[in-house]
Design a binder for this molecule. Sequence first.
Ligand code: SF4
Ligand code: FE
Length: 483
Amino acid sequence: MALMTGEQYIESIRKIPMEIYMFGKKVENPVDDPILRPSLNSVRMTYDLAQMPEYQELMTVISPESGERINRFTHIHRSTEDLRNKVKMQRLLGQKTASCFQRCVGMDAFNAEFSTTFEIDKKYGTSYHENFKKFLRYCQDNDLTVDGAMTDTKGDRSKAPHEQADPDLFLHVVERRPDGVVVCGAKAHQTGIINSHEVIVMPTQSMGPDDRDYAISFAVPLNTKGLFMIIGRQSCDTRKREGGEMDVGNPEFGGVEALTVFDHVFVPNDRIFLNGETEFAGLLVERFAGYHRQSYGGCKVGVGDVLIGAAAVAADYNGANKASHVKDKLIEMTHLNETLYCCGIACSAEGYPTESGNYMIDLLLANVCKQNVTRFPYEIVRLAEDIAGGLMVTAPSEADLKDPKLGPVIDKYLRGVNAVSTENRLRILRLIENLSLGTAAVGYRTESMHGAGSPQAQRIMIARQGNLAHKKALAKAIAHITE
Ligand code: SF4
Ligand code: FE
């Protein structure tokens, strides 16, 4: 079964008994929970689109490993064209879901692990690459969704992992057995983990020799004993429990994050991809982060497309669409959004092969991409709010609109252009609210800031990759300076 249908995917997740908590209670049926289901629907779209002939080329690829047609989300990039197609696929999915569709973290972890395990084995004669390739084939053949867990909770930021007052603040090995290791710790902000079959765990930062137990990477299924998740709250999340759809803004799709706890989780030897080779922890982080910073030049652009469209519709609905300042704001939003796309495509086009044969993005350009993503969506949101007007946050509820007494009053007074129903006008404003302040703002606005690393993390990489010495030499040559 190299390609699952969306329905098969949903049923496959239903069969995994996961330990999930929300609002202080265990969630007995996460698949049908109204708060959680929209995020599952977003991942489902990665399966549904792969079944459609018009998207086959973007969404699927022939696996060099198996020769079978597989979902691109389980593919190891073998060319710059693969890298560009990845970004295009993510933009498409952002357009179709207006949310985080979650499956990219696994794809980015696959590609970072592929090259890094190869290089560790070359140096130490370990068998991590073989372990990883076996896991990869399993994911490709079964069309699995895999979460990539990197961000530790980190405790006191001024201290190294082994210096923390509580050793579990970074995930680490607590026991070494002949058949594997036992780990303890937690990973924060895990996007899509409850919608995944497996999770790849990676270290969160570079490690020194004293952090040996913290330099650990592996994969385990989501129903592994000792693994449980606590769902993160989002603005307006309980609106999804009210039963209506207007007030939610995006009734079908969403994204959900969870604090994921590993309480003495056993990892068998053949699922380990790094175990104590501390000097490779930083490389794995840098590569995963690089790929995920490239990803943001696709997914956030797709969601931006929806937001720009929503702002334009809002202007149509209140008759402001001909105003020159509104047209100019839409141009500005488009300019910012396409600039992000340029970055995603550029870092892909400038990709290069690693020793293992897969393709890496240009790291400097990928970090510039993500640095821009920490800024431009905020401006796009600001302009969307400007165009939407205050009604976006003062409009009465769907229940009021449906009320026999209040409904006609709302319909009369909140109408914009006469030909458009008040309901449609409110629907588009709720979508803008959802993307800029509501549940989707987690995946669009705040995730643009902190997802794939906070802004300072990119600035460190830009400083490292920017080659200032070369630029100084250029200036001196032009100025005829000899020293
Ligand atoms: Fe994919 Fe974007 Fe969500 Fe990351 S933030 S998982 S790249 S959709
Ligand atoms: Fe993300």
